[in-house]
Design a protein around this ligand. Sequence first.
Ligand SMILES: C[S@@+](CC[C@H](N)C(=O)[O-])C[C@H]1O[C@@H](n2cnc3c(N)ncnc32)[C@H](O)[C@@H]1O
Ligand SMILES: O=C(O)C(=O)C[C@]1(C(=O)O)C=C[C@@H](O)C=C1
Length: 252
Amino acid sequence: MSRDQIYSLPQTRIGDFTFDDAVADVFPDMIARSVPGYSSILSMIEQLASRFIRPGTNVYDLGCSLGAATMLMRGRAPATSRIYAIDNSPAMVARLKEQIGSEPNRCDVVVQEADICDTPMSNASFVVMNLTLQFVSIEKRTELIQTIYDSLIPGGAMLLSEKIRFDEHDQNLLMVDLHHDFKLAHGYSELEIAQKRTALENRLLPESIDEHTVRLRDAGFRCVAPWFQCFNFASILAVKMEPAGPGTELSK
Ligand SMILES: C[S@@+](CC[C@H](N)C(=O)[O-])C[C@H]1O[C@@H](n2cnc3c(N)ncnc32)[C@H](O)[C@@H]1O
Ligand SMILES: O=C(O)C(=O)C[C@]1(C(=O)O)C=C[C@@H](O)C=C1
């Protein structure tokens, strides 16, 4: 695995962070050393795939990067389901297309270079947005979450992982600081951390768990369960409930 050294030398002008060839080349190392709990989240995506993916349905990995979640889900998905792995970074999509082929007795994987905000979705049993919504402009997030909700079959689920912010000032500072310590402990220098922070400033827009929860509930998800948090990263499972059976009280 190539080591991420993108921000190791001083830069005179730090441009906005982009998912270009340089990032795609080192992405597995970058994300493992930058996101506390990334490997745990991936292994839970695999577990959830077994539970939620239904035969004959679609699965969406939105902002799939190099397809880490897609590969794990494919191992658990019925052969009659289909995974759409979507990303708008040509560098990520090219690498994933090279790697993924058809495998006997495994479901199809369709890799698409597209903006997830313009992607039609339907008949979905499981939708994953692992650290992607944070890069979508805030004005477009509500419509995107609604599109996902509408595309899900009853009983289908969405997993949303995000970098988060905290309303309480001291708590926010503490979590940002602990994330900083995490990066130092994983071999990044103060310079690398500072330069990447500048690059991400206008690109990665974190919201609070409450803001995410309210948006998910407003879209129609009745079960919204934050299930993971480590410092300023969190993951939420949202389930579209089956319609209530005859005689069952609907409690909203
Ligand atoms: C942090 S990475 C996601 C990591 C990946 N989901 C995983 O589990 O390894 C964010 C990805 O989202 C993609 N992305 C950001 N905005 C997007 C958009 N509007 N449409 C499609 N992909 C997007 C980026 O190109 C990048 O590959
Ligand atoms: O390095 C950071 O501070 C991050 O926020 C990590 C993060 C992310 O959350 O998406 C940022 C960009 C890279 O894609 C990998 C990880």
